[in-house]
Design a protein around this ligand. Structure first.
Ligand SMILES: Cc1ncc(COP(=O)(O)O)c(C=O)c1O
Length: 482
């Protein structure tokens, strides 16, 4: 049915208001975080009623362009700022396998993250304010009182059947038909990654990783006496497949370890076509792939990105994940789908850590089964998306000219490229003196190449205290001389 002339006129007016505001944003007149013109002012300018402007603003808010703040008006959402530059990819001319040698800095970054007096921009850690604390307490109490013996008893590998079934069920949404038998429960993703490395490689072997890569992975490679081969990566699309193919042709690589969805620290997301191609490349050389998908559920777009398991025609992927970034880091509930390496990995699990905590497994299973987890994820994704967007906006405004900021499509960390003369270790040390934590970029490479980069955790809702800490961090950075 055609719209009435009145309706058509209204639609025309809404469009007029929307395109007026969008033009202001596109031209850069209105930047992320700026207050959009007041209803009254725009009504005078465009000669349309206040209620039409208000409707148009509400629909721009629905589209994520504007954000209403109570009693304050409408503001441009931070992720609509096209003017913020993203970090450049670093292409290494000479990529060679290396021994990793981290000093105490690695432990120190974790230690400062345990200190509540230090502003929490260091560890990639979600705020407990965002977690369903009450519901988890309820489920934990409930399983403890209903199944006291099972809750307190040993639960040997592969882990509790109820939790493994719930995890397997969640993969159905991604088109994977799995059963509880495919899942092994681990102590966080960290243990899953460690078991995977133990299973497919040994001392002296070369492990290909993306660069930059999550520093705990480099630390693991160091401690297991393996060698890290860092492959160039794009901060937006992840690993460079040509560089990988070249490395595979020239070196004897035993396994690859990768975060395809929202890499830590860059937030890069591999396009699905690249994931498929990567699997073809690895399959031709029969190389196992350890996939770390801890951030996969934290996408900002409409759909969840696929995992490497989706393309794993030869069952060579060991897919690791956990509930640490989405539910309760302290529960240490992780898991692995080990494919063809399942039996061997189980042996490592039994030998190295044996049972996993029963109470946490049961409580997590209840939480998943009740449908609360999916509802919680919807809220969490929205919170992270807004926190990251706001951080980008503030960093762009506060940090020195020449700063580049990643534009992640999921997760909750930002990778910040500072002007070349700024040494991240200096930033780290001076910020720490002011009780502000950050992670220096050099930790994300065995060659310590990201000297002028830092990673900022945006896992906490912004408040005045955190905003002040970010401002102070900006002045630390600005005061560093070349
Ligand atoms: C990419 C990545 N993998 C694994 C982990 C560790 O996860 P968990 O706490 O479950 O061991 C982290 C935590 O920062 C991470 O960023």
């Amino acid at each position: 049915m055609d719209a009435s002339p009145r309706q058509q006129q209204d639609n025309f007016k809404y469009d007029q208001v929307s395109s007026y505001v969008m033009t202001l944003i596109d031209k850069g007149t209105l930047k992320a975080g700026d207050r959009a013109p007041s209803l009254r002012k725009l009504s005078n300018t465009l000669k349309v009623s206040i209620s039409t402007i208000s409707q148009a603003y509400l629909s721009l808010e629905d589209k994520g362009v504007l954000k209403a703040r109570p009693q304050s008006g409408f503001y441009v959402s931070a992720h609509h700022d096209q003017s913020i530059k993203t970090p450049k990819p670093i292409i290494s001319a000479n990529c060679q396998p290396r021994k990793v040698r981290f000093g105490q800095l690695f432990e120190e970054v974790f230690a400062i993250s345990n200190n509540p007096r230090i502003a929490p921009f260091a560890a990639a850690r979600p705020s407990m304010e965002l977690m369903p604390e009450k519901a988890l307490i309820r489920e934990t109490r409930s399983v403890l009182s209903r199944f006291p013996a099972t809750s307190l008893d040993y639960c040997f590998p592969p882990g509790h059947d109820r939790l493994r079934s719930q995890i397997a069920l969640r993969y159905a949404d991604q088109g994977l038909s799995l059963s509880a038998d495919d899942v092994i429960i681990t102590s966080g993703a960290t243990e899953a990654l460690s078991l995977a490395l133990h299973t497919v490689a040994r001392r002296g072997d070369i492990i290909a990783v993306e660069s930059p890569t999550y520093f705990s992975v480099l630390r693991l490679i160091e401690k297991l006496g393996m060698l890290a081969l860092e492959i160039d990566s794009d901060p937006e699309t992840g690993i460079n497949l040509e560089s990988l193919e070249y490395a595979l042709d020239t070196m004897d690589i035993t396994a690859m370890l990768l975060v395809p969805n929202f890499n830590n620290p860059t937030g890069s997301l591999m396009p699905e076509a690249n994931k498929k191609r990567l699997m073809e490349i690895l399959n031709t050389q029969q190389i196992p792939l350890i996939e770390d998908d801890v951030y996969g559920d934290l996408y900002f777009g409409d759909t969840r990105p696929g995992i490497m398991k989706n393309y794993d025609s030869e069952n060579r992927v060991l897919s690791c994940s956990s509930f640490s970034k989405t539910l309760a880091p302290g529960f240490r509930m992780g898991w692995i789908l080990a494919g063809r390496y399942h039996e061997k990995l189980l042996e490592w699990k039994q030998a190295t850590s044996s049972a996993s905590p029963s109470l946490q497994q049961l409580a997590t299973a209840e939480f998943l089964q009740s449908g609360q987890y999916e509802r919680h994820l919807v809220r969490l994704r929205k919170a992270f998306r807004e926190q990251v967007a706001k951080a980008r906006f503030m960093i762009a405004r506060l940090f020195p000219e020449g700063t580049r900021i990643s534009a992640p499509q999921g997760g909750f960390v930002l990778w910040v490229e500072l002007p070349r003369h700024i040494d991240c270790f200096e930033v780290y040390t001076q910020a720490l003196e002011k009780n502000i934590g950050i992670t220096p970029g050099m930790l994300f490479s065995a060659t310590r190449k990201f000297k002028n980069y830092i990673r900022i955790n945006c896992g906490n809702p912004w408040n005045q205290e955190l905003e002040l800490a970010l401002e102070e961090l900006a002045s630390v950075i600005k005061n560093i001389k070349s």
